[in-house]
Design a protein around this ligand. Sequence first.
Ligand SMILES: [Mn+2]
Length: 308
Amino acid sequence: MKAGAVGADYFTGRCALAPPRSFSSVSNVRIRIVSDLHYAEHGSRLRRLDALAPLFDGVDRVVFNGDTLETRFLDVDAHTRERKAEFEAWAAPFGDRLIIISGNHDPDFGAHTYLELAAGAVLVTHGDIMFPEMAPWGWEARWYREEQARLLAAEPAQRRHSLDTRLAVCKRAILNIRDLSPRYPLRSSHPWKRRLRFLWSLRRVDEILKAWRRTPAAAAAIAETYRPEARVVVVGHTHRPGAWLVRGRHVINTGSLVPPLGALAVDIDGDRLEVRRMRMEADRLRLEAAPFAVFSVPATCPERRAGG
Ligand SMILES: [Mn+2]
C-alpha cells in the first residue's frame, strides 16, 4: 500500500494490517494514544468502560496501544469472555474512531501490531518487542526468549529482519507459551494464588527495575533498527510513564491505568505532539489540561527510505 492511499499523511499504510479506510478522506486527523488500560483486571483503575468517554473529547481517533484487556484465556475462562464481549459492545459505536493495537495480554486482539503516524515520524507499538524475554520480570521470561528465537530462526532470512515479522513472532510466541504452559490459566479468583503471584513479583523486582532502565534505549532501538525515519517512538508495556530523549529520538511511555506510576495520553495534532497526564477520578478518566511535555513532529521525513 502506498503512503498516498491514505491521504493526509498520517497513516503511511505500513502497518501490519490495512488502516481504516476512512483515513483516506480525512485531511486533519487529531489522534490520541493511550495504553495498558487492563480493563477489569486485578489492580486496574478501569472498572467501567464508560469512564473512558473523555478520551474521545477533542480528537478524531483514539489509539489503544496494547494491553487493553486480557484476551488470552477466552477458551478457558468465562470472566475473560464476558469482559471481551462487554468491550466489543462498548467499542462498536466508535467504529473507526477507535484503533486497537495488540499487546502481550491481548496478542491477537486489534487490527494492528504497530502504527506509523505523521508520515512515519511517529512510531506507535505496545513495546513487547523491546525485550527478547518479552516481559523480563515474568516467570515465563526464559520461555519467551527461547520461543521468539526459535520462531525467528524459522523465518526466511529475507523476512527475518522486518518490523512486521518481528512483531508477528512476538505475538505468536505469546500465544504458543500460553498454550504450552501447564500453569495457565494464571487468572484465578483464589486469593492464595494471587498471593503466590504477588510473592513471585517481589522476587522479580530487580528485573522490573532493570527493564525500566532499559526501556528508553530499547524503544529507540526499534526505530533505529526498523524505522530510522521515526523521530518519536510511543510505547507502553512497562507501566512506567515518561518521556526521554535517546540518541536524537523522543521515546514516550504512556504508562498504565494499573497503579502506582500513572498514565499519560499522547495527542498528535498536525505537527504538534502533546503529552498529558490522566487519572481516574470518581469513575471517570480525567486528562490534565496542562501538557506534561510538548514536541514538534516533523511533517516530512527526509531520511525516509523508499520501500523500507
Ligand atoms: Mn504489556
